[in-house]
Design a protein around this ligand. Structure first.
Ligand code: NI
Length: 257
C-alpha cells in the first residue's frame, strides 16, 4: 500500500473533515502516514494523532523557521517524546534560508541539537533544507559517516540538483518526492528522480501543501499521491504498483517498521 512519509494532518485546514478523511485512507490504498511535527504544538498534535489512529506514526521536531525562542528544555521534551513507541523520526529539522524569518545561527544551533537527539535515540531524521544546500550538507557530514546502505533519514521535499542528490544517497539518506514532480517547473526534480535508484525514493505529500497537478490549488492529502506515483512510474518506466511497493518497502526501512 501507499506510504505517505510526510504529512501535517493536524493543520487547521483539516479541522472540518479530519476524522472522515483519515478513515477513508485505507479504502483508497493508503497504508501508513507519518504525521510530522514542525514546532511545539504540531509535535504535540503528531503524538496525539499517532495515539488515535493505528496507521499513523509521529515525527517530533522543530522546523528551522520555528527555532526562535526555543530552549534546551524543549529539546529534553523532544527527546522524551522520541522514546514513545510510535515515534519514528526526529524532524522536521534543518535549515531554511528562503524567507530568512529565523536567524541562521539559531537555525544551525537547533538543527545540530536535533541531530544529536537523533543520534542519541537511534532514530532517523527528517531534513527540511531550502536554499541552504551547502550549510545543510556540511552539518550532515559532521554527524554521519557515508554508508550507501544506510537509513539515516530523508531529505524531505528534495529541491536540489542531481549532484547533491548523489551525495545524500551516498551518505545513506532517502529523498522525499511529492507534488512538485508533477509541476510544469518540476523538470529539475524529474532529472533527480531519473538519476536516483528507486530504492532510495520515498513518497510524501507535505499535506496540506504542495498538491500535485491537476489539483495544484486544492488542499493536499495522501489521496492525491496517485499523481506523484504515476509521474515516477513514467520517469522510471515501471508500473505504478512497483512504485507503490518499492517506496513502501523503502519507507519501512527508513522508519524501522
Ligand atoms: Ni513538512
Amino acid at each position: 500500500m501507499i506510504f505517505d512519509t510526510h504529512a501535517h494532518y493536524s493543520d487547521s485546514s483539516f479541522d472540518i473533515d479530519r476524522h472522515s478523511l483519515l478513515m477513508s485512507m485505507e479504502e483508497n490504498g493508503i497504508g501508513n502516514i507519518v504525521e510530522v511535527g514542525a514546532g511545539i504544538n504540531s509535535t504535540k498534535n503528531a503524538i496525539s494523532l499517532s495515539e488515535k489512529y493505528n496507521f499513523i506514526y509521529a515525527a517530533v521536531g522543530i522546523h528551522p523557521q520555528e527555532t526562535e525562542g526555543i530552549k534546551e528544555t524543549d529539546m529534553e521534551w523532544l527527546k522524551s517524546l522520541a522514546l514513545k513507541e510510535k515515534t519514528v523520526a526526529i524532524g522536521e529539522t534543518g535549515l531554511d534560508y528562503h524567507r530568512d524569518s529565523a536567524d541562521r545561527q539559531i537555525q544551525k544551533k537547533w538543527f545540530m541539537r536535533q541531530l544529536e537527539i537523533a543520534r542519541e535515540t537511534g532514530l532517523p531524521v527528517i531534513i527540511h533544507s531550502r536554499d541552504a544546500a551547502e550549510d545543510t550538507l556540511n552539518i550532515i557530514k559532521k554527524f554521519y559517516k557515508a554508508n550507501p546502505e544506510g537509513a539515516y533519514g530523508v531529505v524531505h521535499c528534495f529541491s536540489y540538483s542531481t549532484e547533491i542528490a548523489k551525495i545524500y544517497i551516498n551518505l545513506g539518506f532517502y529523498l522525499g518526492i511529492g507534488g512538485v514532480i508533477t509541476f510544469k517547473n518540476g523538470r529539475k526534480l524529474a532529472e533527480v528522480v531519473s538519476a536516483t535508484p528507486i530504492n532510495r525514493l520515498v513518497l510524501e505529500t507535505d499535506a496540506p501543501y504542495l498538491t500535485p497537478e491537476p489539483y495544484r490549488n486544492d488542499r493536499n492529502s495522501s489521496l492525491y499521491l496517485k499523481y506523484v506515483i504515476e509521474k515516477i512510474a513514467e520517469i522510471k518506466g515501471i508500473s505504478c504498483k512497483e512504485v507503490i511497493d518499492i517506496t513502501e518497502k523503502n519507507a519501512k526501512k527508513l522508519y524501522r517498521l
